[in-house]
Design a protein around this ligand. Structure first.
Ligand code: HEM
Length: 142
């Protein structure tokens, strides 16, 4: 019985941790404005890409609707939202693009512009960017 209680407590702790609750008591997903907030960020990001002479060439032959859907899912997943990512792995997607550190950083700047235009507070922006940092090594020079 005691063992069962300990297991239940551990499971609860694990679930709470996996929700990545923030100081304000809301999840990062909620801070981003849920699925509609994320869609707005991705809309803005696509516009930023279209106007970037450095980044647009990478996307010249891309299916924009698919990119929108998969990136929204990906951000939702990173922010502990209620969605499953159904796209390819970061390594598979960016393989052969040979994305330089410089272009990666420009991509991050474009995402920051997109979040500013969606009125996402800087503290929230930093939390999302922090979830993306580990994916960096799966994306550059592949
Ligand atoms: C942390 C940074 C990044 C993340 C999280 C990310 C994430 C993604 C995701 C989720 C997709 C869609 C995957 C799919 O269709 O299955 C995607 C596609 C793509 N990404 Fe990234 N990406 C990042 C950085 C970059 C950068 C810096 C570039 C270029 C400079 C780039 C270029 C592309 C291109 C061109 C596609 C479309 C590929 C296609 O049409 O098949 N990504 N990315």
């Amino acid at each position: 019985m005691a063992l069962f209680r300990i297991a239940a407590m551990l499971l609860t702790a694990l679930l709470l941790l996996s929700c990545k609750h923030t100081d304000a008591g809301s999840t990062l997903y909620e801070e981003l404005g849920g699925r509609s907030g994320i869609n707005q960020i991705v809309d803005n990001f696509i516009t930023e890409i279209e106007y970037s002479p450095d980044i647009f060439p990478y996307f010249e032959n891309s299916d924009v609707a698919r990119f929108h859907e998969k990136l929204s899912e990906h951000i939702c997943m990173l922010a502990s939202g209620p969605c499953a990512y159904t796209g390819d792995t970061m390594e598979q997607v960016h393989a052969g693009m040979n994305i330089s550190e410089r272009d990666f950083n420009i991509g991050v700047d474009l995402l920051i512009n997109a979040m500013n235009k969606a009125n996402i507070p800087h503290t929230t922006q930093n939390k999302l960017l922090a979830t993306m940092t580990p994916t960096r090594k799966e994306i550059i020079y592949k």
